[in-house]
Design a protein around this ligand. Structure first.
Ligand code: ADP
Length: 169
């Protein structure tokens, strides 16, 4: 049975087996969560991302997929990089956002991670409305069979935390 917990805080400060990164398909870093993870995790993460890009993802990691690297200096063993969809008002991309959570949990299971911290994928630069993103995140984690014992949603501000808390009820 997977327990879902909520924390208001910084995902780079979590003691967990795996931290999920809201990456972009280049795997070469960016702003938001991605920038914070690389800053605090140090250059080893980017080095491994570069190697993965060269060996497997020359065209980029596709949206909805996930791949793991070392966590460098973070208090975690792995970073799982996943690429969220950009919000669209005209196209339903919910399944791609759900896929980020499913694929990240699948990778976590492959690694043997018992505790996994997720940010609110796609809700920053990619503009997904927080309430809908929270619904998809909670429904998908609840609906995905996994050996992960704790899924921790780490929300950066009070509004995001309250939104996830309502969806978890
Ligand atoms: P995306 O490109 O997928 O939208 P962002 O990193 O821009 O990803 O934002 C995703 C969410 O993560 C936003 O809600 C943002 O407020 C939040 N966020 C930004 N920095 C951190 C952090 N250090 N820890 C947790 N959440 C963060």
């Amino acid at each position: 049975m997977t327990s879902i917990t909520l924390v208001r805080g910084d995902i780079t400060q979590q003691f967990v087996d795996a931290v999920v990164n809201a990456a972009n398909s280049s795997l070469l870093g960016g702003g938001g969560v991605d920038g914070a993870i690389h800053r605090r995790g140090g250059p080893e993460i980017l080095q491994e991302c570069r190697r993965l890009r060269a060996s497997h993802y020359g065209k980029g990691l596709p949206t909805g997929r996930a791949v793991a690297t070392t966590a460098g200096l973070l208090d975690a063993r792995w970073v799982i990089h996943t690429v969220g969809p950009v919000w669209s008002a005209t196209e339903d991309r919910s399944d791609l956002l759900a896929s980020c959570y499913r694929e990240s949990l699948r990778v976590a299971d492959e690694l043997g991670a018992a505790t996994v911290a997720f940010p609110a994928i796609s809700t920053g630069v990619y503009r997904w409305p927080m309430d809908d993103a929270a619904r998809i995140a909670v429904e998908t984690v609840r609906g995905t069979p996994t050996a992960v014992e704790e899924v921790r949603f780490v929300l950066f501000d009070d509004a995001a935390y309250e939104t996830f808390a309502r969806r978890l009820d």
